[in-house]
Design a protein around this ligand. Sequence first.
Ligand SMILES: C[S@@+](CC[C@H](N)C(=O)[O-])C[C@H]1O[C@@H](n2cnc3c(N)ncnc32)[C@H](O)[C@@H]1O
Length: 284
Amino acid sequence: MTDHQEISLDWMSGAQSPPPSAELRPEVPHPARMYDYYLGGKDNFPADRAAAEKVLALSPLVRISALANRAFLQRAVRTLAAEEGVRQFLDIGTGIPSAGNTHEIAQSVDPAARIAYLDNDPIVLVHGRALLAGAQQGSVSVLQADLRDPKAILTDPAVRDLLDLDRPVALMLFAILHFIDDADDPYAVVRTLVDALPSGSFLALSHGTADFIDDAEHASKGPAVYRSATAQLTMRSHAQVLRFFDGLELLEPGLVTAPQWRPDQAPQDTDDQVAIWAGVARKP
Ligand SMILES: C[S@@+](CC[C@H](N)C(=O)[O-])C[C@H]1O[C@@H](n2cnc3c(N)ncnc32)[C@H](O)[C@@H]1O
């Protein structure tokens, strides 16, 4: 693995996260605002931009990977809303809802679509609530929740007020499951959420991978490399990510790298540049 490949995964990482606090502290770079900057969003401060530019100088793959993930999210939401008729979205690990987020795409198909954004980072909530102040009242919520406690999510009155869990829901887990360590049993987390949703619901997810690292020496010490580079990031293989879809019916083209999932035009980015598995599946 090259230094560039290591750094390209930086945007997925919580390594630089300051301690959880709802204080904006604009002078301290925040990973969610740096991610917003990579995506071309406006919810970032000079310190975030300066830190992000330093990362980009080391590896332009950071932005390529983040944009490819985001473009997949947008195509997936459009597919779910326009082709599959989904009108309810449970988007966990939403990040700062910058341009082209779930609610904008879903509500461009049907203004009545309802979206619950959940994140465990209080800074994301502060920015998210400010950004969504102009969004349709009552149809979009930004809530604090931890994916590792799926039962709390399912019983959260604010989630239940917004979403009717007796009707199909798209569960969206984009670039979040690699934050969930095996010790926290991410498969059980996803199963608990999917089990609570009715037939005709969907699971859409993206997940960082080290599958495209071909340097045998680096691959053999991969977890150590990633731990030093990106703290608690747990990369998973194609087979490991596929397991999240057990019992579900994957939509075409299956579990592929983000740029390969129903591209609008011929993908420019290669699998190893992006290093993200992407898939959408229906609950039978
Ligand atoms: C890389 S961002 C992804 C943003 C967006 N989903 C996307 O794909 O563009 C990951 C987000 O997951 C959130 N996150 C990480 N661990 C979480 C957890 N256990 N529960 C809820 N949110 C979490 C982070 O705060 C961050 O906003």
